[in-house]
Design a protein. Structure first.
Length: 137
C-alpha cells in the first residue's frame, strides 16, 4: 500500500458506463458499488487502482464516487480516470484505494463546465502524486 492508509478501499469488476468521460476526452473505468460500501462521502478523490489480474500493477488517478448529478441517469458508481493509461479493463477485477478527498460532487450548468473542473481535479491529483515522488512530471 505504499506505506499509506487509504480512506477507503473498494474492489469490483469494471463495467461499461455511459462513455461520457470518453466523449469529454477524459476516459474512466466504472465500478458499481452498493450504497455505503466505501464508508466515505460521495465526491472526488485522489486514488489508485490495483489491477488484480495484472500482477497487482498500480495505476494512479482521480475518481468520483456518487450519483453523477450533472448527468444523473444510471446507478451510483465509482468512475476513475487512470493517468497515462489506455488499456481495456472491461470485466477485469480492480481494487481502488481512496487516498485524498478533493471535493464534493457538484451540479454543473453544462458538460463543458464539468469537463473544465474535471481537468482541474486531474491536475490536483497529479500534483498530489508528484509531491510524493510517485509520479514522473
Amino acid at each position: 500500500m505504499n506505506g499509506r492508509n487509504p480512506l477507503a478501499v473498494l474492489e469490483g469488476t469494471v463495467v461499461r458506463g455511459k462513455k461520457l468521460g470518453s466523449k469529454l476526452g477524459i476516459p474512466t473505468i466504472n465500478i458499481p458499488y452498493p450504497l455505503g460500501a466505501t464508508q466515505v462521502q460521495d465526491g472526488v478523490y485522489v486514488a489508485e487502482a490495483v489491477l488484480l489480474e495484472d500482477g497487482d500493477r498500480t495505476v494512479p488517478g482521480v475518481l468520483n464516487q456518487g450519483y453523477h448529478p450533472t448527468v444523473p441517469d444510471g446507478d451510483p458508481a465509482v468512475e476513475m480516470h487512470l493517468f497515462d493509461f489506455d488499456e481495456d479493463l472491461y470485466g477485469r477485477r480492480v481494487l481502488v484505494r481512496f487516498l485524498e478527498y478533493l471535493r464534493p460532487e457538484l451540479v454543473f450548468d453544462s458538460k463543458e463546465a464539468m469537463r473544465l473542473v474535471m481537468l482541474d481535479d486531474i491536475a490536483r491529483a497529479r500534483r498530489w502524486f508528484l509531491d510524493r515522488g510517485e509520479l514522473q512530471p
